[in-house]
Design a protein around this ligand. Structure first.
Ligand code: FAD
Length: 517
């Protein structure tokens, strides 16, 4: 087919495609009077799918979706768009699993590349010393886990939810309870293959095309599309001891968390969350966890209280169970939680890592997964976390019924400063995630407007108290705000943009750069 597209508007380059009869076997699309030769993987159907994401707040309709079979499909379309220059305004967004929160994987009137179609070639494992796996940028982490386990191996650093793609999490950071010892996922990658914003296919690593390698890691999709990644692996455990304990005092809670992350040999996973006014939540743990003291635990209520839950996990193999239990008992004896609130569970490694998927299936059943998700993710320096907690958990948030609030520390020394990821400058950083769901149409405390206003109060407080906070999965509407976000790293970010994507074609949904400006 030959598709002639409206030629003049920089903002609506593909707004009104006119389709002409097929003239040759290859598809031929014309933008701004310049022909673009395409393979048959470009589709103008189901484009609404690419205007959705997990956030379910922003919906930017693209003009087409590319389902690439090969890396060359991606590079060809980018080269062609470059050849059109800035007049077409046409942009390209790689879409992993579309679990962004604010339209970051969308491209208004542009082309969305469905990275999951690029799953092949098959994963390649290297099982020698320093094992790794080569995977497609569109691969889901859950698939990597399942394949790695067949070799007795596993990636080291995770996200809480595994149905996200490699390219999607490596464009941000990829953080979970393992990050205190292994750093985020972007620190556990040996090599990448990237299609830059000029369409060049480049292999990069710590020693090869280093600038691009570090630029792309945490680079919000601005410098290239990750088509392949080499992920570092370690021997996989079989089982996990999974533990939750409660605190009513924030200082004691954080003291214990910080004590645990200071040792690389204590637990394998450390997170935490805030519970305000949720007795039902603590009771719901009983389906997975056994309380150490069932009588006391059954009398436990959290109504009217703010509690802090420390969550820990210790990996083990069944033959080491006694040794592991002794070790865990020793570690727990160093902590100062409320004694009657020790909850224990033993699950398989996969069950533990894929735990959020179970909740996701339950929410899906109840029609509660596809709600708007006005999430807010912050990184707070340790020196200011008490001030933050006092205001936010003491004044702003009055209950946690809209969704979980995670809070846990990580060691900054495990994060490579050379990546594009921005964090505050301090040895210990707290990740604080407000994972709210909003009820459509509600004007009450579970409505979008209310949650947005709460998020704004939190952000305003961080700003007015000058906490040195940085957003994770950041979202800003102006370049001025982005400059403040990047701080002293803005110049490097800008230089990399000019070098690798000079026409600002890539990832327009991040709203950092605008094509033609
Ligand atoms: P998408 O949303 O599809 O894309 C995200 C961004 O990356 C877009 O800008 C897109 O253009 C770009 N991109 C996508 N693929 C590529 C590629 N191959 N090359 C270059 N750029 C690309 N994050 C954490 O760190 N820790 C967590 O524990 C965590 N838990 C989560 C749980 C849930 C339920 C959800 C919805 C999100 C969670 N996140 C977490 C956030 C998540 O890591 C990011 O939203 C991530 O971007 C989602 O991956 P995705 O594959 O869906 O990416």
């Amino acid at each position: 087919i030959v598709v002639l597209l409206s030629t003049c508007s920089a903002h609506h380059p593909l707004a009104k495609p006119t389709i002409f009869p097929r003239s040759s076997s290859s598809s031929n699309i014309q933008f701004s009077q310049k022909p673009l030769i395409l393979n048959d993987n470009l589709s103008f159907e189901n484009i609404h799918e690419a205007a959705k994401d997990f956030g379910n707040i922003y919906h930017f309709l693209p003009s087409a979706i590319l389902y690439p079979e090969t890396v060359s499909d991606i590079s060809t379309i980018i080269i062609n768009i470059n050849e059109m220059g800035t007049t077409s305004g046409l942009t390209v967004a790689a879409r992993g699993n579309g679990h962004s929160l604010k339209g970051q994987a969308q491209a208004y009137h542009g082309i969305v590349i469905d990275m999951k179609s690029l799953r092949g070639p098959e994963m390649q494992f290297y099982t020698g010393e320093l094992p790794y796996v080569d995977v497609s940028g569109g691969e889901l982490w859950i698939n990597i886990l399942n394949e790695s386990l067949k070799h007795g191996l596993s990636p080291k650093s995770w996200t809480d939810y595994l149905h996200l793609t490699v390219g999607g999490t490596l464009s941000n950071a990829g953080v979970s309870g393992q990050a205190f010892r292994h750093g985020p996922q972007i620190n556990n990658v040996y090599q990448l293959e990237v299609v830059t914003g000029t369409g060049e296919v480049v292999t990069c690593s710590e020693t090869q095309n280093t600038d691009l390698f570090y630029g792309v890691l945490g680079g919000l999709g601005q410098f290239g599309i990750i088509t392949r990644a080499r992920i570092s692996l370690e021997p996989a455990p079989i089982m996990v001891k999974w533990i939750r304990v409660l605190y009513s005092d924030f200082s004691i809670f954080t003291q214990d968390q910080e004590h645990l992350i200071s040792s690389q040999k204590a637990f394998d996973y450390i997170e935490g969350f805030v519970i305000i006014n949720r007795t039902d939540l603590v009771n719901s743990w009983r389906s997975t966890f056994n309380p150490k003291d069932p009588v006391q635990a059954s009398q436990f209520i959290s109504d009217g209280k703010t509690l802090f839950c420390l969550e820990m996990a210790k990996y083990f193999n069944p033959q080491e169970i006694d040794f592991m239990n002794q070790k865990v008992d020793g570690l727990l004896s160093e902590l100062s939680y409320i004694e009657s609130t020790l909850f224990l569970s033993e699950v398989s490694y996969v069950e533990f890592l894929d735990r959020v998927h179970v909740s996701m299936l339950k929410l899906q059943e109840k029609g509660l997964w596809d709600l708007p998700h006005p999430w807010l993710n912050l990184i707070i320096p340790r020196s200011r976390i008490h001030e933050f907690a006092q205001e936010v958990f003491g004044n702003i948030i009055t209950d946690t019924s809209n969704g979980p609030i995670l809070i846990y520390p990580v060691n900054k020394s495990k994060w490579n400063n050379r990546t594009s990821m921005i964090t505050p400058e301090e040895d210990v950083l707290y990740l604080v995630a407000f994972l709210s769901s909003a009820m459509p149409g509600s004007t009450g405390t579970d409505g979008l407007e209310y949650i947005f206003s709460q998020n704004k109060r939190i952000l305003d407080f961080c700003k007015s108290a000058n906490l040195g906070m940085k957003q994770y999965l950041p979202h800003y509407l102006t370049q001025e705000e982005w400059k403040i976000h990047f701080g002293s790293k803005w110049e490097v970010f800008l230089r990399r943009k000019f070098t690798y994507d000079p026409l600002a074609i890539l990832a327009p949904g991040q709203r950092i750069f605008k094509k033609g400006k």
